[in-house]
Design a binder for this molecule. Structure first.
Ligand code: MRU
Length: 355
């Protein structure tokens, strides 16, 4: 399931169609391992434990899960089972809009076919999951192209979290311009924030960029200010979990800090995202639910022995919101969007039907 240029096929239907096959991202970078998931509980666990993660990826994964699960529902309880499974998937993580959006898209399709034979509904769900997946592949390609147009040969960018192929499909969003540049032989380098507390930058972004042949340097999150002060960074590239109608962008915790530092040093901040991550029904970043995770991620995870006193209170928010004022441009599959975002996002995406 590994393709050229560091792109990994992170989500697929198993060859016999009975399971959703994913790269278990918790085992990277040490091991590229695939797991097959058939039962709702293991699918829910995979999202919650970040075996599959990244906003577009969890939406695509949920769509395939709905299809696989629906294949086993008896006709008499089809919609009851479907609704319970959709609700359970949506509940796993609150911040990325893609999870609810793609799950609801699958649910609405099935309900729209009420009265049709079950095998026809399941067939249509399979085609819908494939469509969702293929749309993401195409959107990521377009985002990579548009993002690369903002960079110059010789530039070095700062990345935060992981917005590469593992988090999406093929090119990724935040990492798309880097992967495309490497393919084209354009020299763009990267500083990679390790991204505390779950180290998606160190474990996943560094792995993807090295596989793609991108010159990258890992730093701790608190080193970004010095890197910018010394003129080492020409742009900040980040993905997004949910963009509100005014352009406020929820992304991995620490993104807003990087953007604030970038503003201080005059470094442009580009948020790269597919339209499936834009939530025009959400007025501002203050309306985006922020996931708060288990404090053990800070206290003891990754350490041979706990690095904080047992029982110390921890606050472990997984995302923060970068104020739209700090975002130089938003890069989408329809091109580069500039402020005012409340006007320009609506102009480009306001007429699209959204569940
Ligand atoms: O908690 P995670 O690892 O799912 O968080 C992911 C991010 O914050 C990504 O930057 C975001 O989903 C964009 S992925 C294209």
């Amino acid at each position: 399931m590994t393709e050229g240029g560091g792109k990994v096929k992170n989500i697929a239907l198993s060859p016999d169609g009975s399971a959703v096959r994913i790269v278990d991202q918790t085992r990277l970078p040490g091991e590229l391992a695939y797991i097959d998931l058939r039962e709702r509980d293991e699918m829910v666990e995979a999202i919650a434990a970040l075996r599959v993660r990244g906003a577009p990826a969890i939406g695509i994964f949920a769509a395939w899960c709905v299809y696989v699960l629906a294949g086993s529902y008896p006709a008499e309880s089809f919609f009851e089972r479907l609704d319970a499974d959709c609700d359970a998937l949506i509940k796993c993580r609150p911040t990325a809009v893609n999870l609810a959006r793609q799950t609801e898209r699958m649910r609405a399709l099935a309900h729209g076919m009420a009265g049709a034979p079950v095998h026809e509904i399941v067939g249509a769900l399979g085609r819908e999951a494939r469509a969702i997946h293929e749309e993401d592949i195409a959107m990521c390609r377009a985002i990579a192209q548009a993002g690369l147009s903002l960079l110059h040969p010789g530039d070095t960018v700062l990345t935060h979290c992981n917005a590469g192929p593992l988090a999406t499909s093929e090119y990724g969003t935040g990492l798309g311009p880097l992967l495309l540049a490497a393919e084209r032989g354009v020299d763009i380098k990267a500083y990679v924030d390790e991204t505390r507390p779950l180290l998606q930058g160190a474990r996943l972004t560094a792995w993807e960029l090295m596989n793609a042949g991108v010159d990258c340097t890992l730093i701790c999150d608190n080193m970004a200010a010095l890197a910018m002060a010394q003129g080492r960074v020409q742009a900040v590239l980040a993905g997004c979990d949910r963009m509100a109608a005014n352009g406020d962008a929820a992304n991995k915790i620490g993104t807003s800090g990087a953007a604030i530092i970038a503003r201080h040093y005059g470094v442009p901040v580009y948020i790269l995202l597919p339209s499936s991550t834009i939530d025009l029904a959400c007025p501002t970043g203050a309306d985006i639910p922020i996931e708060v995770r288990d404090g053990e991620e800070i206290r003891s995870m990754w350490y041979e022995k706990p690095m904080a006193p047992a029982g110390v209170k921890c606050w472990d928010p997984a995302f923060d919101v970068t104020d739209h004022d700090l975002i130089t441009a938003v890069v989408t599959e329809k091109g580069v969007v500039y402020p005012p975002y409340d006007v320009n996002l609506k102009k480009l995406f306001g007429t699209e039907e959204r569940t």
